[in-house]
Design a protein. Structure first.
Length: 303
């Protein structure tokens, strides 16, 4: 019987101290197997150094937008002067509607610059994914082409799914024809560019205000784990240590704390093992790609 790989990932490495500390603790405890680094974020260099020192499985968490909770300070890695359509007063835009005005060639430059920044700071990249889903065709912008071009260049697998199960979870209903067609188009483009993806992926999609309590959050993850389709899947979280300032000032931050506590409990691992999953990192789930990427990207690190 073929193995069923489950990647347990923590997004937003580099965001702030309480996020970095949570992610490192969860890695060391064996509660997560992967993380994505936000290259433009304030503590991205620290995240790279931690990943290099401890040989953590990390990817580029590509972002084209800013976060108000982070003080709106994320600057394009390519330099605002080189990607003016991605810069709002010198920083990435906070409003996702800004995607409509972005120049595709400048998006290429920024995605490439984010990868190079992480590699040159020692991050052992083994995959790529999209912060806030901005590379999934939001607003009619087909930036998944840009993502796949960069993934092909650096030999990185990408977070997207080869089936419609994740759409049904995200929208809590069976996807309509338009959504199914869009998913098939993105999957086809990935194959056209020779980029590997997981078969399925999900995260808890509800805003904090709609989640009754921690038990409801736990139940969602464990129930959805039973519905995963295919041989390679990913669950991604946004964990943070408790932080009074962030919980008071950042809407929904408590959800991050709940996710951290849930991961730390080990309940997800127990459920995954009971269902027969092999919990793995991206490099373990896609070993051939990781070997190819390691050789190619070491050259870039050395420059």
């Amino acid at each position: 019987m073929k193995k069923r790989y489950l990647i347990i990932s923590a997004d937003d490495f580099g965001y702030c101290e309480c996020v970095n500390d949570a992610i490192v603790e969860l890695f060391r405890a064996g509660r997560i197997t992967s993380s994505g680094i936000l290259a433009p974020s304030r503590l991205a260099k620290e995240a790279c150094a931690l990943a290099a020192r401890e040989n953590l499985s990390v990817g580029v968490h590509w972002t084209l937008t800013n976060e108000r909770d982070a003080g709106g300070s994320w600057k394009p890695c390519a330099g605002a002067e080189n990607v003016p359509s991605l810069a709002d007063g010198g920083v990435l835009p906070a409003d996702i509607s800004a995607l409509k005005k972005m120049d595709s060639r400048e998006v290429d430059l920024e995605l490439d610059a984010q990868v190079r920044f992480l590699l040159q700071n020692g991050a052992p990249l083994d995959h790529a994914d999209s912060h806030c889903g901005t590379l999934y065709g939001i607003g009619g912008r087909l930036f998944f082409f840009n993502a796949f071009r960069a993934c092909r260049r650096y030999k990185l697998p990408f977070r997207f799914a080869t089936n419609d199960a994740f759409l049904a979870r995200q929208f809590e209903k069976q996807p309509d024809f338009a959504l199914r067609t869009a998913r098939k188009l993105i999957t086809f483009c990935g194959k056209l560019y020779g980029v590997s993806t997981v078969n399925d992926f999900f995260s808890e999609p509800h805003p904090f205000s709609l989640i009754k309590d921690e038990d409801e959050l736990h139940a969602y993850y464990e129930n959805q784990l039973e519905t995963i389709v295919g041989e390679r899947a990913e669950i991604f979280f946004h964990p943070s240590l408790p932080d009074g300032d962030m919980e008071r000032n950042a809407e929904g931050w408590t959800k991050r704390v709940w996710e951290y506590k849930y991961l730390r409990s080990g309940k997800l691992l127990q459920k995954a093992e009971k269902l027969g999953f092999t919990v793995a990192s991206w490099r373990e789930a896609f070993p051939r790609l990781h070997r190819e990427a390691a050789g190619k990207n070491q050259v870039i690190e050395a420059r």
